[in-house]
Design a protein around this ligand. Structure first.
Ligand code: SF4
Ligand code: SF4
Length: 306
């Protein structure tokens, strides 16, 4: 018999979701955690009453693999945000025909798009083209809980239809693309690059390799094997910790882009570095380059720059 999808009503209050939750780590406020939201909803709270809690989540997804009740905690936060948005809808691009391109297409995120030289190097390494429409407005609307006009979403997905493979740098967009385009070959930027022999050959045993958590947690059961193999083959360390949860810096969360109160990414980065013996930090998420460079005197490099 198929197990029905779990929801907040399934929460037992075990607190395992707090293990890697950056909001819990920095605030120690149970009301801002999945446990706190679930218990409040079980007692009849509305999305509006949970507004502060809903807004505090970075959507990193680290709580999901920890939850023994298998509650889809990120989907539930996105649902609560749609009922109580973080911010008004960001301006949506007008719907218009987009040229379709076959082969591999890269969808860059904000930080990757800001570095044209790095993006060109990555595209060359992957033999990929750049998506003419990267869906940045859609990603921001998803994070904010704002409505995406159906015509805009249709236009965006039509531009991806001919691609045989999508490589998405934005982990939240990647999670949604899996749902919107079932059967399409979709990889995170980290998986795509770290699978290349030319990139793997430049990783070293004393590297601390920082996995982008949103993409990892969107498909952690499958991706854990990829990163285990990387760890064993190269001998490096990763930010998988506390029962194999990818700890985030939170630097890419929408709170920063929307000008809202954001968590201290440097504190998260220090937590990731704590107790590690490393010579270099290699990051998948371009947002993390500056965050780690500010807290360590060791070299910090993006995977696409190796
Ligand atoms: S998604 Fe991240 S920030 Fe949000 S509740 Fe889960 S662990 Fe905490
Ligand atoms: S891990 Fe799951 S069941 Fe346990 S407190 Fe968190 S949300 Fe509830």
């Amino acid at each position: 018999m198929t197990r029905p999808a779990a929801s907040h009503s399934s929460c037992s209050g075990c607190d395992l979701c707090l293990l890697a939750c950056p909001v819990w780590r920095q605030t120690r406020d149970i009301r801002l955690t999945p446990h706190g939201r679930a218990k409040a909803l079980q007692h009849g709270a509305t999305a509006a009453e949970l507004g502060t809690s809903i807004a505090s989540c970075t959507l990193c997804g680290s709580c999901e693999p920890a939850c023994p009740e298998e509650i889809p905690l990120v989907d539930l936060i996105l649902d609560l945000r749609r009922k109580h948005p973080l911010a008004p809808a960001p301006e949506s691009r007008p719907a218009q025909a987009t040229a379709t391109v076959s082969g591999t297409l890269i969808l860059p995120d904000v930080a990757l798009r800001a570095d044209a030289a790095r993006l060109a190097r990555i595209a060359a390494s992957l033999g990929a083209g750049l998506a003419a429409d990267d869906g940045a407005d859609i990603s921001l609307a998803l994070e904010a809980g704002a409505r995406v006009p159906p015509a805009r979403l249709t236009q965006f997905l039509a531009g991806l239809a001919a691609a045989t493979r999508l490589v998405a740098a934005d982990g939240l967009l990647l999670r949604q693309l899996h749902a919107w385009l079932p059967g399409k070959h979709i990889d995170s930027l980290g998986i795509a690059l770290s699978a290349l022999p030319s990139v793997r050959s430049k990783l070293r045993a004393r590297d601390l390799y920082v996995i982008e958590p949103r993409a990892f947690h969107a498909d952690h059961a499958r991706l854990a094997g990829h990163y285990d193999a990387l760890r064993v083959d190269i001998g490096l360390e990763t930010n998988l910790d506390l029962q194999r949860l990818a700890i985030p810096t939170t630097a890419s969360s929408a709170q920063n882009r929307l000008g809202l109160r954001a968590l201290d990414a440097a504190e998260q980065a220090n937590w990731i570095l704590e107790g590690r013996n490393f010579e270099r930090v290699v990051v998948e998420d371009a947002h993390d380059c500056a965050v780690f460079a500010a807290v360590t005197d060791r070299p910090v490099v993006h995977l696409g720059d190796l």
